[in-house]
Design a binder for this molecule. Structure first.
Ligand code: PLP
Ligand code: COI
Length: 356
């Protein structure tokens, strides 16, 4: 498919102080847009100036949430080249998300090509400051102008980009997590494994209640027994218990994180004992009591590796590793960001230069 390019006549001023970017608040000069219509497939791929979309009030995604999204980052490497981290995994996962909520799939290779072209145009927006990067948000919305609750017959695939700093205001400092026992996020057979807006809408109330108590995010439990640990609002979770590193196994209710997968692969390649299994809250409580819970951390594109220093479970508050970053979390943070910024050679295909 052909990709047309229309450059802006009014480039915006780039952020002056890259240490104060926050997360996802400023957007670059251009975006990618591609349309889908039933019978025609994907068409009109274009890079255009960043700006408002022309949608009608009956636009289906506004009513029935047929929407999927992804999150990945571009890094200004130590060699000066702009790099992506495993972008093929994001485009594969977004197609899986499309499949789950009955949206049309797209050509993953073309999407990656379009993203690289968009990055070449907006490359000056990739931050130069250590720790800051360009957060990339591909998403697809159902755009049919109709109110019947059925699968949309038209869609827009869009990519926008935002220079961003740390997701949590405290940076690498340990976060405080609230174990949610009242609300649930997903159940097996539901949409938990898809990256679709509805999962996040379902999470907001619990998130707000936890924030009101001073917690950064909630830790979700399984939706049936409310016993097994699933994931945090924007991260997968790992626990170092004795000499085992445990992460909840993928059963269809949690997001198969790309940072999770990379973390497991890195740890195993370094000889650590990693288990993907059921892990109950009771087991974590017991491990904390008997001193075998050494570290807990979250993994995610926005969150990178985020140590967890405090976990609130009912009336019990667990302090983990003296509320400090532990050695395994630190090693993973250094290795992962080292690969992302091109300081360390990672496994084949993990770091992709945009002009390769
Ligand atoms: N779980 C949820 C609910 C998320 O939103 C994210 C962020 O994308 C993750 C886990 C981590 O996934 P990834 O490592 O692919 O960014
Ligand atoms: C990401 O890490 O890319 C995410 O999607 C987190 C997001 C919900 C802010």
């Amino acid at each position: 498919m052909e990709l047309t390019i229309q450059k802006t006549q009014n480039p915006k001023q780039k952020p002056q102080d890259e240490t104060k970017l926050g997360f996802g608040q400023i957007f670059t000069d251009h975006m990618f847009v591609m349309d889908y219509d039933e019978g025609q497939g994907w068409h009109d791929a274009r890079i255009v100036p960043y700006g408002p979309l022309d949608l009608t009030p009956a636009c289906m995604c506004l009513h029935y949430s047929q929407e999927v999204f992804e999150g990945l980052k571009a890094y200004r490497g130590v060699d000066g080249k702009i790099k992506l981290f495993r972008p093929d995994e994001n485009f594969k996962r977004m197609n899986n998300s499309c499949d789950r909520i009955s949206m049309p799939k797209y050509d993953e290779e073309f999407a990656l090509y379009a993203l690289k072209e968009l990055l070449k145009i907006d490359q000056d927006w990739v931050p130069h400051t250590e720790g800051a990067s360009l957060y990339i948000r591909p998403f697809i919305i159902g755009t049919e102008d109709a109110l019947g609750a059925h699968t949309s017959t038209s869609y827009k695939f869009i990519i926008i980009m935002s220079p961003s700093g740390a997701y949590y205001p405290g940076g690498l400092n340990p976060v405080k997590i609230y174990v949610e026992t009242n609300y649930v996020r997903a159940v097996i057979g539901g949409t938990g494994a898809a990256k679709t807006g509805g999962n996040y809408a379902a999470s907001m109330k619990a998130q707000d209640e936890a924030a009101a108590q001073g917690y950064n995010q909630v830790l979700w439990l399984d939706g049936v027994e409310r016993k097994y640990i699933e994931e945090v609002g924007a991260m997968n979770v790992f626990f170092v218990i004795g000499d085992e590193i445990v992460t909840p196994k993928l059963r269809g209710s949690i997001l198969p994180g790309i940072t999770r997968k990379s973390t497991i692969e890195l740890l195993r390649s370094k000889g650590y004992n990693v288990s993907e299994r059921l892990l109950s809250v009771d087991e974590v409580l017991e491990a904390n009591k008997n001193g075998s819970l050494k570290e807990m951390f979250g993994t995610g594109t926005a969150a990178v590796i985020s140590p967890v220093g405090e976990l609130k479970i009912g009336d019990t508050i667990c302090t983990i590793n003296n509320n400090e970053i532990g050695p395994i979390s630190q090693m993973l943070y250094d290795t992962l960001t080292g690969i992302q910024w091109g300081k360390i050679e990672g496994p084949e295909g993990w770091s992709v230069n945009i002009d390769d």
